[in-house]
Design a protein around this ligand. Sequence first.
Ligand SMILES: [Zn+2]
Ligand SMILES: [Zn+2]
Ligand SMILES: [Zn+2]
Length: 96
Amino acid sequence: MICEECGITIADTARFCRACGMPVLDALEQPLPPQEDALCAHCGQTLPAGARFCGKCGTAAPPAVYCFACGRRITPDSAFCSICGAKQTVSPGEEA
Ligand SMILES: [Zn+2]
Ligand SMILES: [Zn+2]
Ligand SMILES: [Zn+2]
């Protein structure tokens, strides 16, 4: 869709224009897709938000990575957001 304020093309699922920050009114009417739970890569146990280790098997959980554009959780190694398609500029592992 097009930002009414500055006219750039933004993702249909975006709630704010990435250029000027204007809230996208159409999107505000739409509920966000449900947040995906993180799953343990080892046993498949659902991990609570912010968990660093699986409560069932103790496997270290991957750090949560969120799309800078839409704020949804994405897989740490994905180059593009699976929800809004924004290219992720922060590479995994850079987090201190
Ligand atoms: Zn704009
Ligand atoms: Zn586990
Ligand atoms: Zn996104």
